[in-house]
Design a protein around this ligand. Sequence first.
Ligand SMILES: CCC[C@@H]1OC(=O)[C@@H](C)C[C@H](C)CCCCC(=O)CCC[C@@H](CC)/C=C/C=C(\COC)CC[C@@H](O)[C@@H](O)C[C@H](O)CNC1=O
Length: 156
Amino acid sequence: MGYFIIALFVIALDQFTKWLIVKNLELGDSIEVIPNFFYITSHRNTGAAWGILAGQMWFFYIITILVVIGLAYYIIKHAKNNLLLGVSLGLMLGGAIGNFIDRVWRKEVVDFIHVYIFNYSFPVFNIADSALCIGVGLLIIYMILEEKAEKEKKNA
Ligand SMILES: CCC[C@@H]1OC(=O)[C@@H](C)C[C@H](C)CCCCC(=O)CCC[C@@H](CC)/C=C/C=C(\COC)CC[C@@H](O)[C@@H](O)C[C@H](O)CNC1=O
């Protein structure tokens, strides 16, 4: 159950950082943190990654509610004594809820983490997106490790 604490921590950090951005920066303002690499830029997105499906809020509400229910169920049913799986699901749950709160409350998502990767300006994102991506990454690692363990058990 401790994995829900991870989600709560992600939501708190995500909403706090978004509040700081909305309070202290005008839309479009950008603070240079590391020249040509990392900026804090106040940005809004009414869509998903890369602004896809902009404005389709009902689609996002439905998808996110399904994702949240699925993740909560998996945490309760399968992540009892599995740290890697639990952390991965907890991070994804927190990220999904973090952006959901923005979509319901602000009708758009606040983004501010702006990185340039080899001069390519990566889409501006936020803590919730980061938690979602890290959670996805950990889930993939978990599944690879599970697969290997299964194979070894069969060969044993
Ligand atoms: C990260 C998922 C996006 C997040 O999904 C969510 O909320 C979930 C819970 C609900 C969505 C409606 C459903 C998932 C859509 C899948 C998707 O979109 C493909 C994702 C690929 C991903 C590889 C894993 C790339 C990564 C991109 C970015 C993140 O880089 C760290 C750029 C983020 C910026 O475009 C920023 O403006 C986005 C804005 O903050 C709103 N965020 C969302 O919609």
